[in-house]
Write a protein that binds this ligand. Structure first.
Ligand code: NOJ
Length: 471
């Protein structure tokens, strides 16, 4: 399987590269920057949604599953991108959003019965807060996310057929697979029963009001597998990575049909050796993890773990066994930004979506116009300045992409000094000092890589540093 140990680079198309000066990134822009990805050494790119959309949730509110939004280009630009990526040995994954469509999708007008309706709302809440029901023409439609995103009824065979058609469309055009959005919300209780009160923790962070409920009926219905089987049927053996917002102990019914699941327990673990260790232990005790530590919903390595730990976070992400997802900008240590004057995302996620910084010019080389969100700090942090500096974060990430191919199979967590997370991959050992003090670390053999020059010497790891050795 090409993806077994692949590194998949997440592109947020609005913010990667603008080619036409309108301040918003586009497919031609991505094509122009493919050499960066080939040079870095990733295997594939995943594009967050590029479909026509009113952009209330930046493309996660799809208005047509089989076209490209004009802001990103045209279908022919997608074809060009796939061909140009292929020439560089890169595969292209898309983001498919099967749970809901935009309320501006013609299906919502023409086929209201393809959606989930109730005469009265129940107690289900939307992921962004408040009720999951909005009144329209005397009835209520369900939206697990924004009111602009109406939930499809996957128990309706016409929905299944239409979505299978959409899934097939991009595979036939050369996509190598999909990141499948919000898939734990695909199927809900057909009787729309109220979620009962929670009697045990959910296992992943939730909003306070959500955490009070057991979320038994509003998601993860027992027959989800039947819908997933139809998705698998449509895509053949293309890669399917599920955004399953459930602890790994509940993945199996999904993994009967999908290839991989994002490891949210690790993504949400604080930079604490015990918490990281138990998240890795829980998630890697069964196959199926796709590792990810940052994305357009939860923010970047530098901000999540602190600038002092960002390099070690990259080391961790890229040395666990199995596919890993690297969010654009994390390879140069880009931080979350302040957002812009205008608020685009009502859930507060603009700050994770500032443009990529290619050079030290005021626009960071992202656009010749005015960027939709201002760049964060291009003069400080950019690809060009780090490119030929062997001590840069960019060089570290590139080196990690080479070294990870040499690591052995499997994963064995090992004991190391206090505050040190350590594990073995075959004859390689990896150790990360999570503390601000120097710590002894059990790394034997030859030093293969360190997060900074001099990070590991005479059996001791510098504060916040990490290293790889080979016995
Ligand atoms: C998960 C996506 O990553 C997020 O950005 C989006 O808001 C929701 N799913 C709804 O589609």
């Amino acid at each position: 399987m090409w993806w077994a140990d692949a590194v998949i680079y997440q592109i947020y198309p609005r913010s990667f590269q603008d080619s036409d000066g309108d301040g918003v990134g586009d497919l031609r822009g991505i094509e122009q920057r493919l050499d960066h990805l080939a040079w870095l050494g990733v295997d594939a790119l995943w594009l967050s949604p590029i479909y026509p959309s009113p952009m209330h949730d930046f493309g996660y509110d799809v208005a047509d599953y089989k076209d490209v939004d004009p802001v990103f280009g045209a279908l022919s630009d997608f074809d060009r991108l796939v061909a140009a990526a292929r020439e560089r040995g890169l595969r292209v994954l898309l983001d498919v959003v099967p749970c809901h469509t935009s309320i501006e999708h013609r299906w919502f007008r023409e086929h209201p019965d393809w959606y989930i309706w109730a005469d009265e709302p129940n107690n289900w809440s939307s992921a962004f807060g408040g009720t999951a029901w909005t009144k329209l023409n005397g009835r209520y439609y369900l939206h697990s996310f924004y009111p602009e995103q109406a939930d499809l009824d996957w128990r309706n065979p016409e929905v299944v057929a239409a979505m299978q058609d959409a899934f097939r469309f991009w595979i036939e055009r050369g996509a190598a697979g999909y990141r499948v959005d919000a898939i734990d919300r695909l199927m809900k209780d057909p009787q729309l029963r109220d979620d009962p009160l929670a009697s045990e923790p959910f296992g992943l962070p939730l909003r306070e009001d959500e955490a009070k409920l057991a979320l038994t009926y509003s998601r993860n219905a027992p027959d989800t597998g039947e819908a997933l089987a139809r998705i698998r049927e449509a895509v053949g053996d293309a890669l399917l990575v599920g955004e399953i917002y459930l602890p790994s102990a509940k993945w199996q019914p999904y993994l009967d049909h999908l290839d991989r699941a994002f490891a949210f327990e690790l993504l949400h673990a604080p930079w604490d050796p015990e918490r990281l260790r138990s998240a890795i232990e829980a998630t890697s005790s069964r196959p199926g993890a796709a590792w990810v530590l940052s994305n357009h919903d939860f923010g970047r390595l530098v901000t999540r773990f602190g600038p002092e730990n960002a390099r070690s976070a990259a080391l961790l992400l890229l040395t666990l066994p199995g596919p890993a997802f690297l969010y654009q900008g994390d390879e140069i240590g880009l931080a979350d930004g302040p957002g812009g004057e205008r608020v685009y995302d009502r859930a507060g996620r603009d700050r994770y979506r500032h443009p990529m910084q290619w050079d030290g010019s005021p626009s960071g080389g992202f656009t010749s116009g005015e960027a939709w969100l201002p760049p964060v700090d291009p003069e400080e942090t950019n690809v060009e300045a780090q490119h030929d500096d062997p001590r840069s974060m960019l060089s570290l990430v590139r080196d990690l992409l080479t070294v990870r191919r040499l690591l052995g199979d499997g994963l064995e967590l090992i004991e190391a000094g206090p505050g040190v997370l350590a594990y073995r991959r075959g004859d390689h050992a990896i150790a990360i000092n999570t503390t601000p003090e120097r710590q002894p670390a059990a790394l034997d053999g030859d030093l293969v890589l360190e997060t900074r020059p001099g990070a590991f010497s005479r059996g001791v790891l510098a504060p916040h540093a990490g290293a790889i050795s080979r016995a």
